[in-house]
Design a protein around this ligand. Structure first.
Ligand SMILES: NC(=O)c1ccc[n+]([C@@H]2O[C@H](COP(=O)([O-])OP(=O)(O)OC[C@H]3O[C@@H](n4cnc5c(N)ncnc54)[C@H](O)[C@@H]3O)[C@@H](O)[C@H]2O)c1
Length: 434
């Protein structure tokens, strides 16, 4: 009989955690505060798009229960994962109000329990929660930092095949109890103090974001010097000291993690009296990168007033409907401000996009978005865009310009259809160096 588990927060991390542990044979109680979300999950509908998640939750339905009541979580479980959101505040710090609420809402816990923090929190959060638990008379409740490294779109695979599991605890027996849950993974289980575990997560995301901004700056220099960033990234990535990951030039990172986590680390450093210069530049490069597409459009079209631009993809990356900090948000706002009309299409994120973007037309297909467009911008590298028949695209569009914001399309195929191809950090629209 496997240990029953609690999961607090039914978002990407919470539902993936619940599904994967239930699949391993654990009974799991999942608690959320949004009644509609709990009702949907109870009715067998999954409120987020994550490949394979709905199927895995359904297959393990008899072991998973959803609830609004925190007391239900601890009815049988002695170990509970905290997976609530930690969005940015206006100041750029992490908003820990949901984490605080979880602590406030803990029922009277007579027996020993362990709260396992999977949410990404600033260094020092565990120490604050520990103090608070002690003040609440819950000194017997353990606290473990167990940051999550999954990426949306490959969440199930990442959860089951992590590169490492990090367990930071105040007490060895708590660390051992949590590490034991991960017996199924082949990766190293790194046991640390709580602050270091918290920092592993922040530093990892900051470093990945740094790689993205780095290759984007290299791409920008490629554009003015005539090199092709795709060849450069391949060459750089073959160095075993560097590796190929997160060296894809494009229109910047988005999503629910990199922007907020880089900002939270920058602010955490500043609050502690340190100016994190490198990370400040990483964030600024990313913001500018999102806007470079506008500059590319202006270069070809002149004024954007009265033009129609097709945006292919709206989600922050493929295989998710997550629109948080998506490049399409900045791009659509900038293009509308410059007087363009926008036809946007995303295979799965339209519903989420409608909540955040107003003033654009939502198309039901790529072809519909492209019809009559003066230019097309590939924003999200959904596989279906690589399958486009560019002769059809050329016939449907009014103009000829295709800006490939992710260097995802085959430039030769686009050009063969008589279209102008502009990538990021790649040779110019005629296939020659500019
Ligand atoms: N999404 C990712 O790819 C990812 C990856 C690694 C780490 N993380 C981190 O994990 C955390 C969760 O991220 P997410 O993307 O799953 O968030 P999310 O916004 O998708 O889900 C959070 C859920 O928590 C619920 N919630 C809020 N307060 C609650 C409370 N008091 N009790 C119960 N439920 C509550 C919300 O209603 C929501 O359903 C964040 O700190 C994030 O930075 C996310």
């Amino acid at each position: 009989m496997k240990e029953p588990l609690g999961v607090i927060g039914a978002g990407w991390v919470g539902l993936v955690t619940a599904a994967c542990f239930a699949d391993l044979g654990h009974d799991v109680v999942v608690r959320d505060v949004v009644p509609e979300r709990v009702a949907e999950l109870e009715a067998g509908r999954v409120p987020i798009f994550e490949p394979g998640l709905a199927e895995l939750l359904a297959a393990n339905g008899e072991r998973i229960r959803y609830t609004l009541d925190m007391a239900d979580v601890f009815e049988r479980a002695r170990l509970a994962f905290v997976c609530v959101d930690t969005p940015p505040t206006h100041s750029g710090d992490a908003d820990l109000s949901r984490v605080s609420r979880v602590v406030e809402e803990l029922p009277d816990l007579a027996e020993r329990m362990i709260l396992i923090m999977k949410s990404t929190v600033p260094v020092g959060t565990g120490a604050l929660v520990r103090e608070r638990l002690d003040r609440m008379g819950l000194a017997h409740v353990g606290y473990v930092s167990n940051p999550e490294f999954l990426a949306e779109g490959s969440g199930l695979h990442d959860f089951r095949n992590p590169d490492r599991v990090v367990v930071g605890a105040f007490a060895q027996r708590d660390a051992d109890a949590v590490a034991a849950l991960y017996r199924f993974v082949e990766a190293p289980i790194l046991q640390t103090d709580v602050a270091s575990a918290e920092m592993v997560k922040m530093a990892s995301n900051a470093f990945l974001a740094t790689r993205v901004s780095f290759i984007n700056e290299i791409a920008n220099v490629c554009e003015v010097t005539g090199a092709d960033v795709e060849a450069v990234a391949r060459g750089v990535g073959l160095d075993h000291r560097l590796g190929p990951h997160f060296l894809r030039a494009g229109i910047g990172y988005g999503g629910s993690c990199f922007p907020k986590d880089t900002s939270a680390l920058k602010q955490l450093a500043a609050n502690s009296g340190y100016h994190f210069q490198l990370l400040t530049a990483v964030i600024e490069v990313n913001e500018l990168q999102k806007r470079r597409v506008v500059w590319k459009l202006v270069k070809h079209l002149g004024s954007l007033r009265g033009t129609t631009i097709a945006l292919l993809g709206l989600a922050f990356k493929p295989n998710t409907d997550d629109m948080r900090e998506a490049s399409s948000l900045v791009l659509s706002a900038r293009l509308l401000a410059d007087g363009a009309s926008i036809a946007g299409y995303d295979p799965v994120a339209e519903e989420e996009a409608r909540k955040l973007i107003s003033g654009i037309e939502f198309a039901a297909s790529a072809q519909e978005a492209l019809a009559g467009a003066d230019a097309a911008v590939l924003v999200t590298e959904w596989p279906e865009f690589a399958e486009l028949d560019f002769a059809d695209v050329a016939a449907a569009m009014r103009g000829q310009l295709v800006v490939d914001g992710r260097n995802y399309l085959d430039p030769a195929a686009v050009r063969a259809a008589g279209l102008l191809y502009e990538g990021i950090g790649r040779p110019g629209p005629n296939g020659k160096d500019r």
